[in-house]
Design a protein around this ligand. Structure first.
Ligand code: OOG
Ligand code: MG
Length: 263
């Protein structure tokens, strides 16, 4: 099979899996040529399809697998990134139906909203903080299109890094007055604490993960754009969501973000 056929085929299968809510087997067996570089091309194709079919547009990026907890959970040793689309955003206060998801999980994250472009290849933590207009607490809802959330890094990359929805808290702060490395986080499910952490769980500093993203984007001729939102990657392991669940993530000095789920 020639390369563009493989890209189209995998992107189409992932698109259909999401639409039909039917998980698929990881692709690396059927398509041994699926390496990370090819997987990012599949991701691009999938995003183009979604923008066209769902009449939506790009609003930012997400990082995945940036914390040890997540890497251990998924058996992967490197971060990944994905694209956030406008129709993935949900808002605090709305009850979220589980009906569109295959097997959704939720993660506590820090959202960065950019005022300036950030372009690799030598972006540092300081560059990220200087280009950030606001930070805010966030929850990411992930929903892998692979059976049992079982995948290699290349599979997950093709699948837009398991992205599904995201919720950003409604208070925004300039990053200036915070030490994001030491920022404490408490993650609760139905008022029980299910994880605690600090910003340093994400690659030593959440802005380091975003710097990694900017430097990786440079390799494919892309950059972080003004106005874009970027999710840092989860500070803890992801929690499976059941109907009736209430989740909250509180960050020191940033307040909290909450989500309530129904059937
Ligand atoms: C991959 C996406 C991970 C995060 O914040 O680490 C992710 C997955 O675990 O399915 O979004
Ligand atoms: Mg995430």
């Amino acid at each position: 099979m020639i390369k563009t056929d493989v890209i189209d085929q995998i992107a189409f299968e992932l698109y259909e899996a999401e639409k039909q809510k039917k998980s698929v087997n990881k692709f690396v067996e059927a398509y041994p040529e699926l390496d990370e570089a090819l997987a990012y091309q599949v991701q691009e194709r999938l995003i183009e399809m979604k923008c066209k079919e769902e009449n939506t547009k790009r609003v930012g990026r997400k990082l995945g697998l940036t914390s040890k907890a997540k890497q251990v959970m998924m058996g992967v040793h490197e971060p990944s990134y994905g694209v956030l689309l406008e129709d993935m955003q949900l808002f605090e206060g709305e009850r979220i139906s589980l009906s569109p998801f295959i097997h959704a999980k939720v993660e506590p994250e820090i959202a960065f909203i950019f005022k300036n472009e950030v372009k690799g290849p030598h972006v540092t933590v300081a560059d990220i903080l200087a280009a950030t207009a606001y930070i805010a607490p966030a929850l990411e809802i992930i929903d892998s299109r692979f059976q049992g959330f079982s995948f290699t890094l290349a599979d997950a990359v093709a699948d837009n890094s398991s992205s599904s929805r995201f919720i950003i808290g409604e208070r925004f702060y300039s990053p200036e007055n915070f030490d994001l490395k030491l920022m404490g986080m408490v993650f609760k499910q139905n008022s029980e604490v299910v994880a605690t952490g600090a910003g340093a769980a994400v690659m030593g500093h959440p802005a380091r993960a975003i710097a990694w993203l900017a430097n990786r984007l440079f390799k494919v001729g892309q950059s972080i754009q003004p106005g874009e939102v970027v999710l840092s990657g989860s500070l803890s392991a992801a929690m499976k969501i059941e109907a009736g669940d209430h989740f909250s993530a509180s960050f020191d000095g940033l307040g909290s973000v909450e989500a309530v789920f129904t059937e």
